[in-house]
Design a protein. Sequence first.
Length: 548
Amino acid sequence: MTPPPGTTPVQGLHHVTIMASDPQRNVDFYTGVLGQRLVKVTVNFDDPGTYHLYYGDQTGQPGTIMTHFPWPGARRGTRGSGEVVAVTYSAPLASRGYWAQRLAQAGFSPALRQRFGQEVLAFEDPDGTATELVFEDGAPVEPWPASPVPAEHALRGFHSVTAWVRDVAPVRALLVNQLGFTEHGTEPDPDTAAPRTRFRGSGAGVGLWVDVVERPGLARGQFGAGSVHHVALRTRDDAEQAAYLSVLDAAGYRPTPVQDRQYFHSIYFREPNGVLFEIATDAPGFPSDEPVAELGRHLKLPAWYEGQRPQIEAELPQLRSPEHGVTLGTRVLSGAAPVPAPAAPRVNVRTAGRPPGEARVAAVLLHGRGGAAQDILSLEREFNLSAFAYLAPQAPGNTWYPQSFLAPVEQNQPQLDEALATVEAAFAHLADHGIPAGRVALVGFSQGACLALEYASRASQRPGAVVAFSGGLITLDRAGDLGGLPVFMGVDPHDSHIPLSRFTDTADHLRARGAAVDARVLPGLGHSINREELDAARALLGQVAGTV
């Protein structure tokens, strides 16, 4: 592989991000059992009511960082195809006996196996994440002096991650052809007997390996506590990341725009099996906003959330730092049994993201004519916003109403009223779970976009935002103040289904009623969704999440 001009191949692993449940239990395990330092306490930038906890070596070097989003009370996920399923740390070669005893004394049941000629100790963390220790005399890291693990046995950052996929070929094409990894070899996986292929990054420190197990008949997993959200790969700086963004976009991976994560900058993309990757920069690093001696001591918020600090601190559950003895947050978690969830709406609904009872914001996704709920639910991966619950109702016969949206309304009845009632049922279901309309984004494509705009135009309670990919209003005779409702609309000027005149009339009508409309005419779009639209929609959903 020839890397982009002015760059080097991706070095290896930067960090791994996982969903957890109880935040204090998470801290106690990663600091008290594994001996990792809590180097940063911040919030999920897409959902500031949720902690984002970072663990690593003394300074949080890339290749040592494990991060968690803890959602109190979250259901445990199940592992499946199209995701990273295990994280492996490097431990000193002579420490196998120490770690086997330490884990057993802490109530875990480690199992020993051989992999690529190395001994591996495998167990599950308290949320069920497959966690492994490989024993080797690997590269040292900066030890945490206050670690409960003696320095001679301390973990040395990541060794590898393992993904389960239907087909290893697309992963090989990404890692080797695009990112500069080298293929190390293939052997039978000791647990599944499926072929396990190992790839090595170009770096010389820690976190160099990605293992891929090919399991073509395996179903997709269900995301929940213990599930790996994404794995981040290392690149040196912003310029190199920008070059990779361009290369990945040209290769069809549809990476996101650069996201400012305060301690590094990130782009996200999925390979064809579904594994979510990130490319993160080494800088600025975790000591950029608090001294090394105080890492993990303070709740750090990005500048755009500082104005909401009192509300955020009141919402976060109490969290005690074992190093600094600091209690963060004010909300005490109850040990009571959870209240049974209200019944789901009486429509066929597909879901993704967080369960509604564990989310603060949501998106209702409406498919187009002839489409299906599962099709539009794939937008969840494109948006990559972990705060959201996603609901996608299914239209009977895959069609919300029988005629064109331009036909006289009576020709689309009673199906149109039934479709609007289905959307209302989804909103009511979310409200029963504590998510009011103002925290719900309504997103539709084609016929679903027309339905989304029509619902928002008529609804007694205003949604948080509306995204209409190739759509227009069904009726233009409604009145009522829309009170700054954020709306994004996109269309090809020659779309045979959505006349440009109706598109512009819709935008004008909504603006006249007080909506904040971003209407874009996109030559060459066709009747589809492009990257510009996805980026705009993601930003709008991010605004909805940021208002919580």
